[in-house]
Design a protein around this ligand. Structure first.
Ligand code: VAH
Length: 323
């Protein structure tokens, strides 16, 4: 029987691209997009869309029963930077939403769950180079704490109740279709937009801040692949380390300059520098590559080429419409 999928948080940076990809793979009407508001009209107007409050069990359950959902991708969360401004809101949103989806799976209303974790589960005491799957994890951000605790609950619901929940520790994700919101790695998206619109970017992280990063197409592929893998291939039910590349703001600026030689950057670190400094520089994702054959495709030069190409098109089209 064809899977019926609900994406919670479909208006967000990853959720929006996941919606289009899953509709392409599994059928347009097999995928229900949902969010707390109509914040992304491309998504709202692209297919079946529902307002779902991820913090309200009944709201999620009504949608599951209305469409006969069997799989939920829970993409709604408050990210690292915003989470430091609103700690209790971040805890409530990130944890309540996870419990509601896990409990729907435990009660057999749904069969399968995808839940995103993050490299933010690692903290200042974690080894920073090629960070292993199993190591010290003392996250120093609210967001990281919610992801670490969430991983524990995912593994518990799998072991105790047999829930088929799968998870990835996403690195910073770079995309051009939908702006990210509230993340520390968002500089790596903003810099491309500013390179096109202003020729200049004042970066909120210092130039040597190396962080694990990934192009959206790789992140979407990993998400689709882990969910399509056979049940017994998934040997880690907390969350898999996932990696592609690592780079610094200086390196991405130099990459942009190979296309836009006049591009200029300055560095004005803000409160997000402390968050970035608490995270690894690079990630060892050997288990994902071994268990379900993960491999990334996009290197930094590929990302820069694609980001500048697509954003050029996007801004030129917007300019044409305006004139
Ligand atoms: C953030 N983009 O910056 C997210 C991500 C690894 C970082 O989880 O909060």
């Amino acid at each position: 029987m064809k899977s019926k999928i609900l994406i919670i948080g479909a208006c967000g940076q990853i959720g929006s691209e996941l919606t289009f990809k899953l509709r392409q793979l599994y059928g347009h009407d097999q995928v229900i997009a949902s969010d707390i508001s109509y914040s992304n009209l491309d998504i709202v107007n692209s297919g079946i869309f529902e307002i779902v409050d991820a913090q309200n069990y009944a709201s999620v359950k009504v949608c599951v029963e209305k469409y006969g959902i069997d799989t939920i991708y829970l993409m709604a969360a408050m990210l690292s930077a915003t989470g430091e401004k609103f700690p209790m809101k971040a805890w409530d949103l990130n944890m309540q939403s996870l419990f509601h989806v896990l409990n729907l799976a435990r009660a057999k209303f749904i069969k399968k769950v995808f839940w995103p974790s993050s490299i933010a589960v690692f903290g200042p005491t974690t080894p920073k180079e090629y960070t292993p799957q199993y190591t010290v994890m003392e996250p120093s951000t609210v967001y990281g704490i919610t992801k670490q605790v969430g991983e524990r609950w995912c593994e518990y619901y799998h072991n105790k109740y047999g829930v088929d929940v799968r998870s990835l520790r996403y690195p910073g994700i770079i995309s051009w279709k939908t702006l990210p919101g509230g993340g520390t790695t968002d500089y790596a998206v903003e810099i491309y937009h500013k390179a096109i619109t202003d020729g200049f970017y004042d970066c909120f992280l210092s130039e040597k801040t190396e962080l694990p990063m990934m192009f959206m197409d790789d992140a979407i592929k990993a998400t689709v692949d882990i969910m399509a893998a056979s049940n017994d291939a998934i040997k880690i039910r907390s969350s898999y380390n996932l990696a592609a590349i690592s780079f610094t703001p200086h390196e991405v600026a130099e990459s942009i300059k190979t296309h836009l030689p006049d591009f200029r950057i300055s560095y004005t670190p803000d409160y997000r520098q402390d968050i970035a400094d608490s995270w690894p520089k690079s990630i060892n994702d050997a288990y994902a590559r071994q268990d379900w054959k993960w491999k990334h495709a996009f290197k930094l030069e590929d990302i820069t080429k694609e980001m500048l190409l697509q954003l050029n098109k996007k801004y030129s089209a917007a300019l044409k419409e305006f004139n």
